[in-house]
Design a protein around this ligand. Sequence first.
Ligand code: ZN
Length: 405
Amino acid sequence: MVADSQPGHIDQIKQINAGAVYRLIDTLGPVSRIDLSRLAQLAPASITKIVREMLEAHLVQETEIPVPGCRGRPAVGLMVETDAWHYLSARIGHGSITMALRDLSGALVVEEEEPLPPVAPQPLLTRIIAQIDGFFTRQQQRLERLTALAITLPGIVNTARGIVYRMPFYDVKDMPLAEMLEQHTGVPVFIQHDISAWTMAESMFGASRNTRDVIQVVIDNNVGAGVIADGRLLHSGSNSLVEIGHTQVDPYGKRCYCGNHGCLETIAGMEGVLELAQQRMRQSVSSMLHDQPLSVEALCNATRQGDLLAQEVIRSVGTSVGRILAIMVNLFNPQKILIGSPLNRAADVLYPAILTCIHQQSLPAYSRNVEVMATSFDNRGTMAGTALIKHAMYNGTLLIRLLQG
Ligand SMILES: [Zn+2]
């Protein structure tokens, strides 16, 4: 039954128009119907109809816009109504799941972190569902109307079909995460790789806002990238990660969970970085790293204090990442490269190492003006999921379901 599962042409136009109008109200509100008509390039009658449906559904509200110097009636403006609509934003990390209630503006209501051990007798999917059930039970008093679930996680993900093919740390094979959760909760479920979702969040509300072409690299336990090309996340509908983490840097290197050897992630991932530091420490007795337990934080502190060995380790990470980034600069010609990493605390050493590679190894016309800077948000918590929900409201897919009640 194609007609049931796929929206017809008219429905699709309605969805796109409603999403565009909601986006304008959300980003510009309070905004008048006349301005909406002009900005959305829709007839006043269409705006009236779309706005009426949103008002009836309590997704937007009217407010008075005072007109300076005018004694007459104030104009009527529209603003989004977000408090009464909640969604669950969850993030699965290494050994834990973080769950939060947020309202439609993205504001945090409550956030909790629970253990999710990599190895356990029950399958991961069963454990995720149990964790989400437990969270809803605990937060029952706070929960307003539930609109959707947004789940972000590392691994190889098909966002369109909601399937997680593989994950680091967990034994997962083709897990139908979105479908099972949708059946279980009755609301739409959006899943996305955590780095892609984070890239969307930076582009919507963070360091790459209003930048059309961006490469965002995450150097953490996992290494990966998101690309914004011409204002849109590249591959957003499919297996959407730009897999630089699984680009081979060393053919004789360590085996990676993806099945390959010497992936960038095995070298620049935090585990690999600490291993490298450990190896180098054997060659240098004078490093201050010997005085304390080895951690990423200790490595960054030592780098900032001028420790030569620590600086060399950070520089070596910058060179590995920079080599791959130089190729990406030639492919995507970005205005900005964002780095999301706990190593940002050693940015004074890391960024010049990355930039040196880019300047030496990519086209001067492309690399000349590229900026390297830190992300606005960090790699914790459930912020990234807010981008999935905003995106689904703006393209109309979630909005239309809320309008239909
Ligand atoms: Zn790999």
